[in-house]
Design a protein around this ligand. Structure first.
Ligand code: GDP
Length: 363
């Protein structure tokens, strides 16, 4: 499954963020009967202005957004890689995630204790990332040892040399994400090892309400660190997002007047997460339903059809595709057809983000 694991030191706001995501899930749960509700997983609709626009245009009976999964992985602390406490279980949870959302405390609050006694996001990031690096180092060293034991096997010897390079890369403090495998064999090894620091990371800088209007220095430092990793940063006030989701629209408006800030951090977390997983959405639109569907970037038309129904993939004939912009411009599928902007695409067509698609298939 494509899950985003939420990690971070204790008391940085992970549960608060996860609660907000769970509320966002539950608010829409009725439209997602196909999603099972699990205590540590939030299946959250991805806000999508294109879906909103098509809904407004077509007034369908039902509107369904794409979803993204967030998994709460609490309890990662210093020493986790040595299996202290429940460390290993958390690392296993991260291993199963496709991407990592790293929550970092960027708010000052004397009432909220910090495990290391002071607020310092870069030190915190390094604490967590060191644990992940140590776990990866261990995994690669184990593999290296096993490979070395395969004496007389020339292929194994080559692999051992390459694993040694990777081992040194990690031991030098560099995440696996910045290591490029020299060949397909090693790329395959990497996939099998499912190393933690190979996963894409999003940093979530958790700020106070005040930190939304003016970016705190602490967040700027997180941005600088993220840049060296090619990672994205989202700034959010988790506490406000959580509180707002429980309020009526009127109360929300009051809250916004009081603090002079608008919510939207949660939306950004969800959208950035979806993007980081390498996912795109195509759309289906009709009087019954407007819906966004998820495919991996690069998916071809038959695979996209298969997301809707396996029979659609097996019996795929062709896809009729309208760009979202054209659909809105002409107002209906029929109008797009007359205007000549409806394209007929075959099995090799690579589906684009925002395509409005109608599949034709044999049953
Ligand atoms: P976790 O241990 O990382 O899951 O952290 P929690 O979500 O339990 O948050 C720890 C404490 O920090 C709780 O008392 C939260 O209410 C508080 N907290 C979370 N976000 C913020 C914030 O943006 N500002 C302030 N002042 N407190 C926050």
């Amino acid at each position: 499954a494509l899950d985003i694991g939420i990690v971070g030191l204790p008391n940085v706001g992970k549960s608060t963020l996860f609660n907000a995501l769970t509320k966002a899930q539950n608010a829409e749960a009725a439209n997602y009967p196909f999603c099972t509700i699990e205590p540590n997983k939030a299946v959250v609709p991805v806000p999508d202005a294109r879906v909103d626009a098509l809904e407004k245009l077509l007034k369908p009976a039902k509107t369904i957004y794409a979803t993204v999964n967030f998994v709460d992985i609490a309890g990662l602390v210093r020493g986790a890689s040595k299996g202290e406490g429940l460390g290993n279980k958390f690392l296993a949870n991260i291993r199963e995630s496709t991407a990592i959302l790293h929550v970092v405390r960027c708010f000052e609050d004397g009432d909220v204790a910090h495990v290391d006694g002071s607020v310092d996001p870069i030190r915190d990031i390094e604490t967590i990332e060191t644990e992940l690096l140590l776990a990866d180092l261990q995994a690669v060293e184990n593999k290296l040892e096993r490979t070395r034991k395969q004496r007389g096997d020339k292929k194994a010897a080559t692999l051992a040399d390459q694993l040694q390079v990777l081992r040194d890369h990690i031991a030098g403090g560099e995440p696996v994400a910045t290591y490029t495998p020299p060949n397909e064999d090693m790329a395959k090894q990497l996939r099998e090892l499912a190393l933690l620091t190979a996963k894409p990371v999003i940093y979530c800088a958790n700020v106070d309400e005040g930190g939304l209007t003016e970016e705190p220095e602490l967040v700027t430092r997180v941005r600088e660190h993220a840049e060296t990793r090619g990672a994205e940063v989202v700034r959010i006030c988790a506490r406000m997002e959580e509180e707002l989701l429980g309020l009526t629209e009127e109360e929300q408006a009051e809250y916004l007047t009081e603090y002079g800030v608008t919510a939207g951090g949660l939306e950004q977390v969800i959208r950035t997460g979806y993007k980081t997983l390498g996912l795109i959405s195509f759309l289906t639109a009709g009087p019954k339903e407007v819906r966004a569907w998820t495919v991996t970037r690069g998916a071809r038309a038959p695979q996209a059809a298969g997301v809707i129904h396996t029979d659609f993939e097996r019996g795929f004939i062709r896809a009729e595709v309208i760009s979202f912009e054209d659909y809105i411009k002409y107002g209906s599928e029929a109008a797009c057809r007359s205007a000549g902007v409806l394209r007929v695409e075959g099995k090799d067509y690579v589906v684009q983000d925002g395509d409005v698609v109608h599949f034709l298939f044999n049953v």
